[in-house]
Write a protein that binds this ligand. Structure first.
Ligand code: 7TS
Length: 435
């Protein structure tokens, strides 16, 4: 599809980016694919696909257990990927990076292990009302097991925490009413998958830390759009999925501060995670292996490393020597798409955007009076446009806004203005058919 993009920065060339994603040449129902479901999973650049395939073609072997050459090469490639992740999120040590199958597994690890370490009857865990089910249910399970309580930060009409500068404060203007002497854990998303809100996590983490509360960040929607720096955020744990950041599915990370990870008990037992095993008792391997039982997704992990390197090569935020250093070209481009989509969609009669926070990534959720989101999604698909419809695994948030679901378009670095225009035209056409 020909695009009308003006470069966002002097060097941003969306066609050059698009050329690297083979799937963008696919037709859907005879139409060029317009892929706006990046919050569910992003598409993969050729470099990542090639890296994963090259692993199987040239060095496939199990890691850490073998003396043979292939095993050594596979181990070195996997550990190189760990170092890339460390650098990308600015962790202090590579052994603070634990590989998992995704954000869901990372948060289940955190909730299971932290639950055992910290939670006692009457303790409290604080989450927010915009969490993905993956950052609700594991904490519910942990609370149930230890007799702890879940407390929830409410959400404003614009889709922000009601603790922020715009939100309701207590009499002293403080946000600390959510924390008390029984609060043990704060678990919050960096970016909302449904609303696109970028949450002021750093500020809340600082408040939690003052009270000795352990902080867990769900970074699933942040990793592809923000320059994540775990030391700057000062969080204890940070979870993300590789597949939302141009990497293979089945990959993810739980970053943890060394001192906390040392204290946390393992959550799954098996090979790799032990130091010694007798039939009476086992002892645990050093970090990070204590948390990595079983054979990992080696090809995917190596692909994850390549995806992060690919982002570092193409996104100025990571171009350490560039004049554009610190500015994310991807984020700026996606923001431009968001503004265009917001402006144009709002011209449609009866359309309401759910999530109007000031700070947003390129995610736009909307509902249209008297029209079911499922019908919109199905008819857009007929036009080659992939959007997601439904509750987006945020049912409590849907309840908060009094809707059963939304239609959601989520942008990535390869999307174009022409595609946004196609979405708007597609929604208008859909409404003509339905109304
Ligand atoms: N947390 C957030 C904020 C998410 O957006 C998702 C996935 C997860 C956790 C779970 O990630 P996973 O990789 O373990 O599945 N979000 C979405 C979505 O918005 N549409 O499909 C999956």
């Amino acid at each position: 599809m020909k695009t009308k993009d003006a470069p966002v920065t002097k060097a941003y060339d969306v066609e050059r980016i698009r050329a690297q994603f083979p799937i963008l040449r696919e037709l859907v129902h005879g139409k060029p694919l317009v892929y706006f479901d990046n919050a569910a999973t992003s598409q993969k650049p050729r470099r990542v696909i090639k890296t994963e395939s090259a692993y199987y073609a040239t060095i496939n072997a199990n890691v850490h257990r073998g003396v043979h050459t292939l095993s050594t090469r596979a181990t070195e490639a996997q550990e190189a990927a760990r170092e890339i992740v460390r650098r990308h999120i600015n962790a202090q040590h590579a052994h603070e990076v634990i590989f998992t199958s995704g954000t869901t597994a990372s948060i289940n690890l955190a909730a299971t292990s932290l639950g055992q370490l910290l939670l006692r009857k009457g303790d409290e865990v604080v989450i927010s009302g915009m969490e993905h089910h993956s950052n609700i249910v594991p904490w519910q399970l942990a609370c149930e097991r230890y007799g702890a309580k879940l407390k929830v930060i409410p959400i404003t009409d614009s889709g922000e925490w009601e603790t922020g500068p715009q939100g309701r404060k207590d009499a002293k203007g403080s946000t600390e009413q959510f924390f008390n002497e029984r609060t043990r854990i704060l678990a919050i998303s960096h970016v909302s998958n449904t609303l696109g809100t970028i949450n002021p996590v750093k500020k809340l983490i600082a408040q939690a830390k003052k009270q000795g509360i352990i902080t867990v960040v769900d970074g699933a929607q942040a990793i592809a759009h923000l320059d994540v720096d775990v030391q700057d955020l000062d969080c204890d744990l940070y979870a993300f999925s590789g597949h939302k950041a141009y990497a293979p599915t089945g990959t993810g990370v739980l970053y943890g501060r060394e001192e906390l990870l040392e204290r946390m008990p393992p959550w799954q037992g098996g090979g790799e995670m032990i130091e010694t095993v007798t039939l009476e008792k086992s002892t645990w391997a050093k970090l990070p292996f204590k948390f990595e039982a079983g054979t990992p997704h080696i090809a995917g992990i190596i692909g994850l490393g390549e995806a992060l390197r690919w982002m570092e090569d193409y996104d100025f935020a990571f171009a350490k020597d560039s004049a554009e250093q610190g500015k994310s070209a991807f984020a700026a481009h996606e923001h431009m798409l968001l503004e265009r989509a917001t402006k144009e969609l709002l011209t449609i009669d009866g359309l309401r955007i759910i999530g109007t926070a000031k700070e947003k990534v390129g995610v736009i959720s909307f509902v249209i009076e008297d029209v079911h989101h499922y019908d919109i999604g199905t008819l857009l698909d007929q036009q080659g446009i992939a959007v997601r419809t439904g509750h987006h695994c945020t049912q409590p948030l849907m309840d908060r806004f009094g809707v059963s679901g939304t239609t959601r378009a989520s942008f990535a670095c390869f999307n174009t203005c022409a595609e946004v225009d196609a979405l708007v035209a597609g929604v208008k056409k859909t409404l003509k058919m339905l109304r």
